[in-house]
Design a protein around this ligand. Structure first.
Ligand SMILES: [Zn+2]
Length: 267
């Protein structure tokens, strides 16, 4: 993963996906936007208490930096579930505020045009690109979505609907709260130790506290549905440790913005 500045905003990209000419993608950061504290500054969350004009302006900055029409953003109302929706031609050109009514935590498409986006601040964004079938997907995976295997389900829907070979799908597991910082209670840790094969490896204990590795939980479930290890790039960036660069719901005690993960098909 590498960091760069374009049109005044700081962005991140996966090396694995940046090599591909058939897709554009980015992880936005909190740097370079116009929102004021506690949303400083490139907040893309509409329903977090920020001034709407600032959020709209931030979307304009992202669209300018990436050369994407503002109308192209396709988003959904993220509810920590496992529903995957398909974005089709008729859904195009609705903008960052489209689909917002529709509850889902993953989107897929084969249409060039819409740029699929999830917004996060500790939860893990997962990006998918099949360069052979030229299809994309994106998922939002917090602990609930990870338990429901939203990333694996997104891969499976891409395979079944678009006839993709899982061995050819490239995946980027984006920044999120890391095993260094993600303390969980007994109830959550037991869902992973009991619900995942070798799930105890996903939990580490330090000073009597339990920490969950969501990156690895997502990586493993993708391997189980046939994604190849060499085709998965894990950003390994912890939102809590890297709080100057990224929004963290935990670190910022719930009053914070959202950064975006986005992917689109290039025509
Ligand atoms: Zn950390």
């Amino acid at each position: 993963m590498h960091e760069y500045v374009r049109a005044g905003i700081t962005l991140l990209s996966f090396d694995l996906l940046a090599k591909e000419t058939g897709a554009l993608h980015a992880i936005t950061t909190r740097v370079g936007g116009e929102s004021l504290p506690p949303f400083e500054s490139l907040n893309l969350g509409l329903n977090v208490g920020d001034v709407r004009e600032c959020v709209v302006r931030n979307y304009q900055l992202v669209s300018k930096a990436l050369g994407i029409e503002l109308d192209s953003f396709a988003t959904c109302k993220q509810v920590h579930g496992d529903r995957v929706i398909e974005v089709t031609e008729k859904d195009e050109a609705k903008g960052p505020f489209s689909h917002y009514h529709e509850e889902a935590d993953a989107m897929i498409t084969k249409v060039p045009g819409p740029v699929l986006m999830v917004r996060v601040a500790d939860c893990i964004p997962v990006l998918f690109f099949d360069p052979v079938q030229k299809v994309i997907g994106i998922a939002h995976a917090g602990w609930r979505g990870t338990v429901k295997e939203i990333a694996a389900k997104t891969a499976e829907v891409i395979v079944s609907r678009y006839n993709s070979d899982p061995a050819r799908i490239l995946v980027g597991i984006g920044p999120g709260i890391g095993p260094c910082c993600y303390e969980v209670d007994e109830r959550v840790s037991s869902l992973f130790t009991k619900g995942f094969s070798s799930g105890e490896q996903l939990i580490t204990e330090r000073n009597g506290k339990q920490y969950l590795d969501l990156w690895e939980a997502n990586r493993r479930q993708l391997l189980e549905v046939g994604i190849r290890a060499e085709n998965i790039e894990v950003a390994g960036l912890c939102t809590s440790c890297q709080n100057q660069l990224l929004f963290s719901h935990r670190k910022d005690k719930g009053k914070t913005g959202r950064f975006g993960a986005l992917i689109g098909i290039k025509e």
